[in-house]
Design a protein around this ligand. Structure first.
Ligand SMILES: [Zn+2]
Length: 540
């Protein structure tokens, strides 16, 4: 059974409320302990601000825990703002306590400290606890809902609009150029349904709209642009739109049309991904008789379906797909990387890892400091509002803006966490020796991507099989001899070659010089090829 010390803190403010606050905190803490089977060792009362841990009762408590004689393994608070208001201080303190075998937990917002995102979740609690625990929390919520129901946009104006104020102090949002014009054009282009939403985005950005891709997709779904305010489900139990008092950017008809197009396109893209395994090489091969690219289809035999790769009408060339696929598999089974390329892959892999780790680390640190800045800003705004230095509308504006920013940061950090999880660092060079094992377990998309790396841009289907058909880098890396080394292949994206790769070239050069062998001519293509394969293996 865990043993806890309950910590109750009241701020040195309203005298009358103090007694009430203490009792209410104690009630909740005791209930938590009963419900979760936690033994109570002691209860500590503090009457001090949470600006730092330099509080008399806290210092005594901490010295007591340092003796490790209590058997206490948990400090329990009602909410995070009872613990501290500074994220940095909190984290330092949490680490110190952890070293003493003591965990910190709250009744209102339990945080699982074993996950990467916990720090950011905690940051949000810090930011939000101010509003939640404050006397005016309910008033704030009610105020926002009431304003929305009156058709007013609350908070920072969305892209294309700006916050304004009438001469008698009424706040409203008004169209802002040139963003409004550009966004309107974006809605119109998406509705035409000629280009993909992504293409429309690129075009509008090139014309000067400053907006992230994900935000752009979100904006297209926001009914604010056709003059409506959305009341969310969490506010009233059901979601609905009401007419806003602001000037619409586009008509409701255009807005609905855009929603339709977005939905339709989403359905389409998810459908297109289905490729059939029986025709896995479809799209890679061209006809040995006329040179056109081969397509594929199934035809019904007496007892089962047969799949064929065949040419277009007018040319009668066709081959049984299962036979060609089998040739491909037989070829893949014998692939084994040659020195020095197997060693080179180790280097490439190391580089990819370092680069992505560094990038992740830097981004994470940046997000963390942003979260902290916005939390501070929120707490500040609250203080200013209570003191009467800013008015209610400004307070709401700052608060909703900060919350949105924090939420975005947290989402981005969560994405980073996913990314770094998908880079398990197995021995890629080992896999290069047993490529077929990797291939056969891979998804059909990864299989096709792999095939696209080993075949030239245009691959004529040859009787001699894949030994004859593969591109030059594959031939060299896996040491495949050909009786007929003639497949046009000089491109392979050498244009994307980067300066960073110079050291790979040096490595290869040293190797061949040492062995007194002639170095292959298109080493750059080989490095690019290996890099693509390495990335695929890491991802796949
Ligand atoms: Zn043909």
């Amino acid at each position: 059974m865990p043993t806890a010390i309950l910590y109750i803190r009241v701020s040195t403010g309203a005298q009358a409320a103090r007694g009430y606050s203490q009792r209410s905190q104690l009630d909740r803490l005791e209930k938590y302990c009963r419900d979760n089977n936690v033994k109570i060792y002691d209860t500590v009362y503090e009457d001090c601000s949470a600006k730092s841990f330099n509080r008399p009762e806290w210092k005594k408590l901490f010295s007591l825990l340092k003796t490790k004689k209590t058997g206490v393994d948990m400090l329990l608070f009602t909410s995070w703002d009872r613990f501290s208001r500074s994220i940095i201080d909190s984290y330092t303190m949490i680490e110190k306590l952890k070293a003493l075998g003591v965990s910190v937990q709250t009744v209102d917002h339990p945080v699982d400290f074993n996950t990467v995102e916990s720090k950011y979740r905690l940051a949000i609690h810090f930011a939000e606890s101010e509003a939640e625990n404050a006397r005016l929390s309910e008033r704030v919520k009610r105020g926002i809902l009431k304003a929305k129901q009156e058709g007013k946009w609350i908070g920072k104006a969305p892209l294309g609009y700006q916050n304004r104020q009438t001469s008698n102090g009424m706040k409203y949002i008004a169209l802002k150029e040139p963003e409004a014009k550009l966004l309107k054009k974006a809605f119109e282009e998406v509705a035409k349904n000629i280009f993909s939403v992504g293409d429309v985005y690129s075009q509008i950005v090139s014309e000067g709209l400053q907006c992230s891709r994900s935000n752009f997709f979100r904006l297209l779904k926001n009914p604010i642009y056709c003059g409506k305010i959305r009341i969310s489900e969490s506010d009233t139990g059901r979601e609905y739109d009401i007419d806003g008092v602001h000037e619409p950017l586009i008509s409701s008809v255009l807005f609905e049309k855009v929603q339709e197009v977005i939905e339709m396109r989403q359905r389409k893209t998810s459908k297109r991904k289905i490729i059939c395994e029986e025709l896995i090489l479809r799209g890679f091969l061209s006809c040995p008789e006329c040179g056109k690219s081969l397509t594929g289809s199934a035809s019904k035999g007496r007892s089962k379906k047969y799949h064929y790769y065949h040419c277009h009408p007018g040319c009668h060339f066709r081959r049984r797909a299962d036979e060609v696929n089998l040739q491909c598999v037989e070829f893949l089974k014998k692939l084994k990387a040659n020195e020095p390329y197997a060693a080179l892959v180790g280097m490439i892999q190391e580089n990819i890892k370092t680069a992505s780790d560094l990038k992740n680390e830097a981004e994470r640190a940046q997000k963390a400091s942003m979260v902290e800045r916005f939390s501070d800003k929120m707490v500040n705004a609250h203080d200013l509002f209570v003191k009467g230095d800013i008015d209610y509308d400004d307070y709401l504006l700052i608060q909703s803006n900060c919350k949105r920013q924090i939420k975005t940061c947290v989402e981005e950090v969560q994405q980073l966490a996913v990314l770094s999880k998908t880079v398990p660092f197995q021995e890629v060079s080992c896999i290069l020796d047993k490529l077929y094992d990797f291939y056969k377990e891979a998804s059909i998309e990864v299989k096709r991507e792999f095939i696209s790396y080993i075949l030239p841009e245009k691959t004529t289907l040859l009787e001699g099989g894949f030994d004859e058909m593969i591109n030059e880098p594959t031939r060299i890396v896996f040491n495949i001899k050909s009786s007929n080394p003639k497949q046009g292949d000089e491109d392979n994206g050498a244009g994307s070659f980067q300066v960073m790769d110079e050291k790979y070239l040096a490595f290869i050069e040293d190797y061949f010089t040492e062995k007194k062998m002639a170095q292959p001519a298109n080493v750059k293509n080989i490095v690019i090829f290996l890099k693509k394969i390495t990335l695929l293996i890491i991802r796949g």
